[in-house]
Design a protein around this ligand. Sequence first.
Ligand code: ADP
Length: 575
Amino acid sequence: MRSRIFFKLMFVFLLVIGATAITLQLTVHKVWERTLHEQIERNLRQKTLMFAYRVEADRQHSLADITSQEGQAAGARATVIDPTGKVLADSEADPSTMENHAGRKEFAAALAGQMGVDERGSRSVSVPFLYVAAPVSGGAVRLAYPLPEMEITDRPLAVALFWGSLAAFVFAMAVAAAASQYVGRRLQRIVNFAERVAGGDLTARIASSSTDEIGQVAAALDKTTRGVEESYARVQTSQRELETLLNSMQDAVIAVDVDGRVQWANRGMDRLLLRAPRLNAPLIDSVRDPEFLAAIQQAAREQVVTSARSNTIASGRTFDVTAAPMPGGGAVAVLRDLTETERMEKSRRDFIANVSHELRTPLTSIQGYTETLLDSPLADNHVREFLEIIRKNSARMSRLTEDLLTLARVESGEQRFDIQRVSTEELLQDAWESFREVARSYGVELEMENSVPTVYVNADREAIHQIFSNLIENALKYAASGKKVILGARESEIGVEFYVRDLGPGISSEHLHRLFERFYRVDKARSRESGGTGLGLAIAKHIVLAHGGTIRAESELHHGSSFLFNLTASEANAD
Ligand code: ADP
């Protein structure tokens, strides 16, 4: 089947060539007609002049004979008139029957002494005539030539012109057909090439040696396809690299689309699940863990990074789930196996707890014997001094083991808290009463301010007392120079914020975010000297966290420090 562009081109060529042939026909015809007309007119003028000359010069023949002979010789109608316009002789009619001719345009000119020419239809015959009149002494002569004669002469020319045009038309159409076919074939090659590329065959190539516009289109398409193939190869390579990377990871990774259908999962994920996730199947078919599903759904829906702890994906194992939204919609989740880390963490805590526990008895014994020896009258001053050092250090070690045990219990979650509804007033009052006197012994005034006395929080009294104890002891140890420590409570976003504020030397900002780490001290020597273990704030932090609260420190050098912790308000407050 010929391409459609072929027929379109052929149709256009047909129109153009047809229009050209017709225009040519009309133009040539017109020019030819005009040339012929001019030639006839020139001939007729000469014949009329000769007729006039003969009328003037021939004295042997009658006027009627001359007129008739000249008419015949010229192949035209000859007429002679006198100056008044009266017809004297005519080659085709009886002059006596003819009307006065002075008014005819060509005669009027001739009677005025000039050649007169006119073209019009004759009254007697319907065809147009060319009239040429010339002056003679005693009147004027005229020849009238019928113009249809000219058309008769013209017809062979028209026929020749028609055949010539037809031949030119046929030839032009043949050339046009060949050109159309050539163009159509070249365009068809481009179409075939484009269809191959559209069908996904990026190895398709189209070679073109021509530099015309079609050649340029082919070259541009070829270059584009080559570029796309290279980019595609690069994308495939980086995708394979990414897949290898993700598959070699210990962590399990899974990606879902906006509808929660699995888009991709690495080998770690396949190994983890009993049934490996199928592509495009709902995630819930292979994973049932509610925390994991909620995290990935939230990440996909709200476009936020979410994290969760999952215990039921694989039995006996705990995972830390981090789900992040993907740019095109959907989310990707990474599952990190925490089982081993948690086991190690637990054995570390158990070890510390066991060591602390084991040290307790010998330390108590050392302390007991040291005190007994100190009480003994046998010891001299020198020995007493040593014994005092032993007592002080064993007391410190004992505090350290106690703090380590407390921290291990709170961290591990072994410590059971007796959470009750308790008023902020009660908690503050309790702490204030316990430490008022101690503070005074340091020369410090312990003040209490409470803007929310009637608000209740959910807390374990003993545990909160322990936090206040650690914070107030610190304030007395490190900030007694401020002479005042303020204990207070105020409303916060989640419930109540308790604080212990001192007016001591303050803590510089680079230490603030590390203060709650175990054994972190701003000034080690000062801490040891004052009997600190470096665990007070760590214990306070873990107790607050176990209550679902938060703790922080605010301070500015030389302007005192504030330690603040938030506890959730009891729902019963709403009553
Ligand atoms: P420590 O047993 O050494 O007091 P903590 O965990 O209770 O351990 O405190 C950690 C460190 O924070 C302390 O060593 C001290 O340098 C600093 N610190 C705590 N409270 C204050 C305070 N009120 N003013 C200045 N420094 C403080």
